[in-house]
Design a protein around this ligand. Structure first.
Ligand code: F3S
Length: 418
């Protein structure tokens, strides 16, 4: 691998032992994946922030690096933590978990990583430009940055993203290279898609088929252009059921035209999606009673939160309802009055965390409803909780009644195939 003088100096230890360790990590990844060089990154997004996932070994690793003087050279952002850093008591989080979680955030903050605690940094001022190299690590954030914004990032592991932030560079392999961004699978979707839950179900199914391929979607049913929340849901689900870090949608995403060239050059695997019934069925346990409703995976947009507020306005929830988002979006929703409306119903808007990385299984919940295919995919294994998956309207109806509603009983449920 060709290293610049500065790269080599870091590797030789001229910038100190912790920079040397970080550069060794970045260079080793480059060697494993056959990179020819390192490229500068505009930002890093570091996953493995939740103490639930990190454990004591991860916490000690971060504290050791912070104590040794590791400092980031480029803007670096934290993925969600295991709790709302301010309102963790209201979530039912134990003092012991909270103390360790705070140590994780403190160690990262010492190294210069900003406590954005979100998988949607692009909603709070960190929107990378097209073609910009990144070292992001949370799968939905990686998918959005690559596919919707046209930036270039592999799905880094948490330590790899931190190391890249410390040296300001990453190895140029995988999705940093234009030829690896061409489509590998052609996905013809003939059914209508009517909201984020449908896009999530589609993503769940396609992710299971294409693994780490690059799907190219053609949406044939007449309809509107996909909205931001729909693109977020699609990418999040494909990153969960598969390892998709980049997708293209004809006429929608910025590199779709370029990606088409691969379709001409070779005969890619073609898949046809005629309905989503099997995907919805796979993500639904046969539950009627619901005690927990989780919205915000990926973290809610302001529009999502305002939709929830309109649905619960003047009513009381029977099940626990969490709306999770970034602190930046929560502040905007507070200004708009949406947070007060939601919380007057008994629901809560929590920042910094999400229903997957919070220790939900320790809070006594048994039956969850969510509008996130990603969260529904992980619930039985990651949080040991059964789940219902449907639209935001269905989920809010479940929170209000404590029962999973029949599909046709919910105005605006919208899904064509559930
Ligand atoms: Fe984000 Fe947590 Fe879901 S990190 S994509 S809200 S699992």
């Amino acid at each position: 691998m060709n290293l610049t003088q500065a790269d080599q100096a870091m590797l030789d230890g001229s910038f100190g032992p912790v920079v040397q360790k970080a550069m060794r990590m970045v260079a080793a990844l480059g060697k494993i994946f056959g990179a020819n060089e390192l490229v500068p990154v505009g930002s890093a997004q570091v996953s493995g922030v939740s103490y639930k996932n990190l454990g004591d070994a991860g916490l000690e690793f971060l504290e050791e690096w912070a104590a040794q003087g590791a400092r980031v050279r480029v803007p670096a952002l934290m993925n969600p933590a295991g709790m709302d850093l301010e309102r963790w008591r209201e979530m039912g989080i134990s003092a012991e978990f909270a103390a360790r979680q705070q140590r994780v955030v403190a160690a990262l903050t010492t190294m210069g990583v900003t406590a954005t605690c979100t998988c949607t940094p692009y909603l709070v001022g960190y929107e990378p430009g097209a073609g910009e190299h990144l070292a992001w690590s949370e799968s939905s954030a990686v998918s959005y940055a690559n596919s919707v914004l046209g930036a270039r990032t592999n799905r880094e592991g948490g330590p790899g993203a931190l190391a890249a932030a410390i040296v300001g560079r990453t190895a140029a392999y995988g999705l940093h290279l234009p030829e690896r961004r061409k489509a590998t699978h052609l996905i013809d979707v003939s059914c209508a898609l009517a909201g984020p839950a449908d896009y999530g179900a589609l993503g769940y199914w396609v992710g299971g088929q294409v693994a780490d391929g690059v799907p190219y979607f053609r949406l044939h049913a007449p309809g509107r252009r996909p909205e931001q929340e729909e693109l977020m849901a699609l990418g999040a689900a494909m990153g969960a059921s598969g390892a998709v870090a980049l997708y293209h949608i004809e006429g929608v995403t910025p590199e779709a035209e370029f990606a088409r060239s691969a379709l001409k050059d070779c005969a890619p695997t073609r898949l046809v999606v005629r309905d989503l019934a099997a995907a919805f069925a796979a993500l639904n346990s046969p539950l009627e009673h619901i005690d927990f409703v989780g919205l915000g995976c990926p973290h809610c947009t302001l529009a999502d939160i305002e939709r929830v507020a309109a649905l619960v306005k003047g009513r009381r929830v029977r099940a626990t309802l969490w709306v999770t988002t970034s602190r930046g979006v929560a502040a905007r929703a507070r200004e708009s009055g949406a947070v007060d409306t939601i919380e007057a119903s008994g629901a809560r808007v929590f920042a910094d965390t999400c229903l997957v990385v919070a220790p939900v299984e320790e809070l006594g919940f048994r039956a969850m409803a969510t509008n996130s295919a990603k969260a529904a995919f992980y619930a039985p294994t990651h949080s040991r909780i059964e789940r219902r998956f449907g639209t935001l309207e269905q989920c809010v109806a479940a929170a209000l009644s404590g029962e999973w509603p029949p599909q046709d009983a919910v105005a605006g449920s919208g899904s064509c195939c559930a």
